[in-house]
Design a protein around this ligand. Structure first.
Ligand code: IPE
Ligand code: IPE
Ligand code: MG
Length: 240
């Protein structure tokens, strides 16, 4: 049973390209399969009661890739979002985005606005899609918003602490409890740096297109066995 111990799950959806290459296919086909895997995972996470799911769809640094791959990915976003939104709608999932619109194509931004608008009243769970996203850039944007509030005297310095600073991030979501990265790499690649402070981290070798609700279920079982201490001591386990 999912409870408040697992409010926010985050996934770095990595390994699409290698998944395709391993099968002798072009990288783009890996992205296409990845998009399908995301839909299944998002609906499953919502069904089992995870309130917030953040997924890394495209990092700002991914613009370093070939023009052909970036164009394919942007086309895929437009196509996928326009189709997937009705499934999210049906499942009462609210879709939001983190990242910056600066540098994104107009049709991508339009599609993002549409899906956000169409799902804004849904109350069943939140899917936060990190698109054109970087964790350091998000912290800089938050600092700018905080600075503006200070300058306009909307807030006093002493009122802001690490818990309520979340209000200045792209979305005011709770800290991440569990972070899964598929594809075998053991790094954060500039993902949710502020929100991951005390998250439990899972790095698995499966490529994202092979990631299934069943694999997630196992990870969650394991997560519930982990001892989260947040810098303190688990009083029940350590009597002295
Ligand atoms: C993740 O898969 C998807 C995006 C970054 C858009 P990759 O494209 O990074 O796949 P690999 O890591 O090269 O296999
Ligand atoms: C992180 O994966 C970004 C996404 C999954 C969208 P990358 O494949 O871009 O990360 P690096 O380059 O291996 O660090
Ligand atoms: Mg990768």
């Amino acid at each position: 049973m999912i409870d408040d111990k697992l409010k926010h799950l985050a996934i770095i959806m990595d390994g699409n390209g290698r998944w395709a290459q391993k099968k002798g296919l072009i990288r783009s086909l890996g992205h296409k399969e990845g998009a399908k895997a995301l839909e299944k995972i998002a609906i499953y996470a919502n069904k089992i009661g995870i309130k917030y799911l953040s997924v890394y769809a495209f990092s700002t640094d991914n613009f370093k890739r070939s023009e052909a791959e970036v164009t394919y990915l942007m086309d895929l976003f437009v196509d996928t979002f326009s189709k997937q939104y009705s499934k999210y709608e049906k499942n009462n999932i609210k879709v939001i985005f983190s990242g910056t619109e600066k540098g994104l194509r107009k049709d991508v931004i339009k599609t993002m606005h549409e899906i956000k608008e169409k799902t804004k009243d849904n109350t069943g769970g939140v899917l936060n899609i990190c698109l054109n996203y970087g964790g350091q850039e998000e912290i800089i944007r938050a600092a700018e918003r905080y600075h503006e509030d200070l300058a306009n005297k909307r807030v006093k310095k002493i009122q802001i602490n690490r818990d309520n600073f979340y209000q200045y991030l792209d979305n005011n979501l709770p800290p991440v409890d569990l972070m899964v990265r598929t594809g075998g790499e053991k790094r954060l690649s500039n993902f949710l740096l502020y929100q991951l402070t005390y998250a439990e981290l899972y790095f698995i070798d499966d490529y994202f297109p092979d990631f299934t609700p069943k694999i997630l279920e196992k990870i969650i079982d394991n997560f519930y066995k982990r001892d989260r201490k947040f810098g303190g001591i688990n009083e029940k386990k350590n009597k002295n």
